[in-house]
Design a protein around this ligand. Sequence first.
Ligand SMILES: C[S@@+](CC[C@H](N)C(=O)[O-])C[C@H]1O[C@@H](n2cnc3c(N)ncnc32)[C@H](O)[C@@H]1O
Length: 349
Amino acid sequence: MTPDVLAAAVAAVPREHYTDHPVHGRPPQSTAQSAIERDILRAAAGRDLAGARILEIGTGTGYTGALLAELTGPAGTVVSIDIDGQLVERARALHDERGCPVQVVCGDGHDGAPDLGPFDLIVGWCSPTSIPAAWVKQVVPGGIVSTPVYIAPVARAVGHLCATVTRQGTLADLQLGAAVYVDMASVVNDTLGAPLFYVDAHNGQSHISVAWRDRDDDPAAALALLGHPGHVEEYLLGGDGPAVAAAWRDARAYLAARDHALGASSLTTWGSGEPDWDAGVGFSSGRNAAVLTDSGQLRANDSGSPALAKLRDYLQAWEEAGRPGLEQLTVALEPGDSGWQVRAALPGQ
Ligand SMILES: C[S@@+](CC[C@H](N)C(=O)[O-])C[C@H]1O[C@@H](n2cnc3c(N)ncnc32)[C@H](O)[C@@H]1O
């Protein structure tokens, strides 16, 4: 599919009908237009979607389902699942008003839609901690799974994965990209924006997530230190607001990949709503903690902190590698009970 074909579909589907309807209102669960277009192009992986059978995970407003239906045309099918029954009812009503043939079902997208497949493509709009085995089973060989997914076992460490299902029922041609999506819940999530997975300690509006959680340590102590850091300095991520955040996500992915390569399992992510929304990635251990924040600050318990030294060492490796982003990283797939864990990995790993 070319960007022109997508642009024609975007022009044909009235976004506001779904995102800001005079009767059915405006739900918060809508994905940014630029992210939608980027990820539909990724998911199509250069193929024409006309006639395709698509399963969408995360109906939200219904807009992306309508766009996919426009792209598949009358010869294709779109099934869309959301865990939130109210959103499902709303999307059904909005599709009916336009005569749009998306089949919207209520359920946990982790299970896919076993009775409504098989599918040529699964498109996800919320982040699971691993790729569910059910999805891979429900996609035909040569079909695509395209979804945000966790790339490290710490809160918010998400990337976008596009992969081809093989005849053997595994995933190949794995390609990572940048992504910012809500977590995939097991029940309806009323706290949109709050991390659902891997939170090891929280305190008011702040939380910390530590990959070393199975070892004997104290994440609450590190959380308290990051709230009142003894050392703060600027770190030049470069560019304006969105570019700073994008560079920070690249740094986060690289830190995760390097940590994976070293077998260290020592990554930490941190988030705080006090006083402003801030996210951080780095390392911590008991009375040592250091993170690089998405506003370009290094925060640490003190300037001599071993956690800060380690963070500087990882960031120097990122700089020396030319600041690679998710697109330049590779993927290590780790099989688990219910699917595949996706781990950002360094090229050649
Ligand atoms: C960012 S919104 C999707 C927005 C949608 N793409 C649109 O255009 O409006 C993510 C959606 O995923 C849904 N979701 C979260 N966990 C889910 C799960 N386990 N199964 C199905 N849907 C889920 C949420 O209810 C939410 O509607």
